[in-house]
Write a protein that binds this ligand. Structure first.
Ligand SMILES: [Zn+2]
Length: 696
């Protein structure tokens, strides 16, 4: 790049209007669609890297021949002739006069100087982009060394920039790998790559770009750089030995309450859930041909399972639609014409049933059967379709464990809650293991005693027991609760596995209802936000517990899977990707420092290291999750609120790949997750203890 010639100088002319260049990434138009009238300008004495659209290929060659400082020829799928040229204001004017259309200010010299900072030679040739390491961390896991890096380029609007990271170990071994570009909601974020397996600890890394950009050479930092205190001999752990259904969890809660009376209260949360229950439904007719769905208004277990429904031909002319309900059989006598021919349609029958028996049945036309002649059919048997025969159908009382030597709200409180999402089977194992370790070790371990003497711990092992029952017994990928807010044809029993509300999109802050991204109004969506904020018993319970106990200052929302450790903001609005307010610098540092303690505690169990690129605000490291619980706890109740995604990817040494573990891994993996993340939760209790000691 230093060989590049300065373009033929043209006498500097009067400054063009300034302003746009102060925020080039925001104000410059996209290369393929320059905003009408959005003039691209360069301030006096400034030099800028500007992307131009040229009239034709000949113009490009003329530009090169003239000695213009052409940085690159961006690839374009539309066949437009683009060129990125380093220009002064006068050069910009001259080029524009020759028919080149400036479409983007990629970067300015002052921009680069600011980012490079002090100590950088001003005589150095201008690179087309500047690279900055946002993260550069190394660690060892089970004897293997890994490196993860995040780099930002100032050429943030150029999707074709390629960035390569080069590492060097102490003995001079070197290697490199490419990063990939991360864009979110149309906004450039950074370039990143999954952790790379290295032969030894890296002592330096640097990055280069396809635009000629070069980062400073830096020394990677050890991650997470924190080790928990050693456990005393005789410390008791490993209290889970199988996946646990809500029934198992309830039994465990009762047992802990009895066994450790002086240390724990079992708290019934105020909102009972719907229960593991559904309305009973049947297809009246053949859904492949013509059918009406008949559904009970009450739940199937309330005496409606087994009710039969049929249509009959009255066998006489000029009969209206009519019905009888007798001995648990609903008989619909179809309408006939003057010739005695049946003339009822599916629409007629559905509307008739709903109007005639509003307290007992509702009916709708199966999708695709509208207007079809109603067949003589049945009897069909209404059923709720639930397979879990051993499960109580009663509304469920969700319970929390309140743990501590002093349980009067005078000690700082920590809340751990899990299984908002039904299918995340490993998560209650984490919180129950955590709870029982505290209880079992209090009598013998001075460290545990000190923690429970100074902190109150609240644990909700399963926030969403109804969905969990459905996940265990009916559809393992069930994420939501069992409340069906769908209407009309969306209530077709064929869609049963898509019903329910995403509990962790049903909270009040940064919600779908507030216009934030990452939840849906579609009742069949996996991220359905519900009918209103806190419309669901499950979400209401979490908030009720937090509100009732204002001493709670820390929380951890335990999900699976993927290996993330996250905090607020958890969502943004699409236009401009405007997140909920960012924590202050001090607060962000506290989040990050505490996170490293917790990540270090997890790593001490079996070497599982949560990636630095997966440690940060939800909206940045995962996705926007409108209306999630942690954001309400943080913004509304002032709680330092974190989120786990347990179940980190595992390194496969044979394939040299990271492999995901899933929602319901083989039990041995779930067990390992329960052990390591319980360690992480105990570190959170230490953090709470430390903070309350500091403020005493
Ligand atoms: Zn989840």
């Amino acid at each position: 790049m230093s060989s590049r010639r300065r373009w033929a100088a043209i006498a500097a002319t009067a400054a063009l209007t300034a302003g746009l260049l102060t925020h080039p990434g925001v104000s410059s138009a996209a290369p393929t669609a320059p905003a009408a009238g959005a003039a691209i300008t360069v301030v006096p004495d400034e030099t800028a890297l500007v992307r131009f659209r040229l009239p034709d290929e000949a113009a490009f060659h003329a530009l090169v021949a003239s000695g213009a400082d052409v940085a690159t020829r961006p690839r374009t799928t539309t066949g437009q002739v683009l060129a990125d040229v380093v220009v002064t204001p006068a050069e910009l004017t001259a080029l524009t006069a020759r028919g080149a259309v400036p479409v983007q200010v990629v970067q300015t010299a002052s921009d680069a100087a600011r980012r490079l900072g002090e100590g950088r030679g001003t005589t150095r040739a201008l690179a087309e982009d500047t690279l900055q390491f946002l993260q550069s961390y190394w660690w060892t896991s089970n004897g293997r060394t890994f490196l993860q890096t995040q780099v930002a380029t100032t050429a943030s609007d150029d999707p074709d920039v390629e960035i390569t990271v080069t590492w060097t170990t102490a003995d001079g071994t070197t290697g490199s790998y490419p990063l990939y570009r991360v864009e979110d909601a149309g906004e450039y974020q950074y370039h990143v790559q999954v952790p790379q397996r290295l032969p030894a600890k890296p002592v330096k890394v640097s990055a280069t770009s396809s635009l000629g950009g070069q980062s400073r050479v830096i020394t990677p930092t050890a991650w997470p750089g924190s080790t928990p205190p050693a456990l005393p001999s005789g410390y008791q752990k490993d209290f889970v030995d199988a996946y646990m259904t809500p029934t198992d969890i309830k039994a465990r809660i009762q047992r802990l309450g009895r066994q450790y009376r002086s240390l724990v209260d079992v708290v019934d949360l105020p909102n009972r859930t719907q229960g593991y229950r559904r309305t009973a439904a049947a297809y009246l007719g053949d859904p492949a041909a013509a059918a009406v769905v008949v559904e009970s208004v009450k739940f199937g277990d309330q005496g409606l399972n087994g009710v039969q429904v049929r249509t009959v031909d009255p066998g006489r002319a000029n009969r209206p639609l009519s019905a009888t309900y007798r001995d648990r059989v609903l008989t619909i006598s179809l309408a006939t014409d003057a010739g005695g021919k049946v003339i009822s349609t599916t629409d007629d029958v559905a509307a008739f049933i709903s109007a005639r028996y509003p307290q007992r049945f509702r009916a709708f036309v199966e999708d695709g059967s509208a207007g079809a002649p109603m067949p003589v059919t049945g009897p069909a048997r209404l059923d709720d379709g639930l397979q879990g025969t051993e499960v109580t159908t009663k509304p469920w009382t969700v319970q929390a464990l309140r743990i501590g030597a002093v349980r009067d709200g005078s000690k700082v409180g920590v809340l751990a809650y899990s299984q908002e999402h039904a299918r995340e089977w490993a998560t209650p194992l984490v919180t129950l293991e955590f709870a029982e370790r505290l209880l079992a070790n209090y009598a013998t371990d001075p460290q545990t005693r000190e923690l429970l003497d100074s902190v109150e711990v609240f644990v909700i092992p399963t926030v969403n027991p109804d969905g969990a029952n459905y996940s265990f017994h009916d559809f393992n990928f069930q994420r939501k609760n069992l409340v069906n807010h769908c209407t009309g044809a969306a209530r077709d029993p064929a869609l049963r596995d898509s019903w329910g509300v995403d509990v962790n999109r049903n909270y009040t802050v940064g919600s779908f209802f507030d216009g934030y991204v990452g939840a849906s109004a579609n009742c069949l969506s996996g991220a359905y936000a519900g009918t209103a904020e806190l419309s669901e018993a499950e979400s209401g319970n979490v908030i009720a517990l937090a509100r009732a106990n204002p001493n709670i200052k820390y929380s951890l929302n335990v999900h699976s899977y993927g290996g993330y450790f996250m905090w607020s903001p958890g969502s943004y609005k699409a236009a401009g990707r405007v997140t909920l307010p960012r924590p202050s610098i001090d607060e962000s540092k506290y989040f990050q420092d505490s996170a490293r303690r917790i990540v270090g505690a997890i790593a001490a169990s079996r070497g599982t290291v949560t990636w630095p690129a997966y440690t940060g605000p939800v909206a940045d490291v995962l996705y926007s999750a409108a209306g999630n619980s942690a954001d309400q706890l943080y913004y509304e109740l002032g709680i330092t609120a974190w989120n786990f995604e347990v179940g980190n990817d595992l390194w496969n040494e044979d394939t040299q790949q990271w492999e995901g573990v899933g929602f319901q891994p083989p039990y041995d993996e779930a067990h390992a997750e329960s052990q390591e993340y319980a360690d992480g939760l105990i570190e959170l209790v230490r953090i709470a203890r430390d903070s309350s000691a500091a403020t005493r």
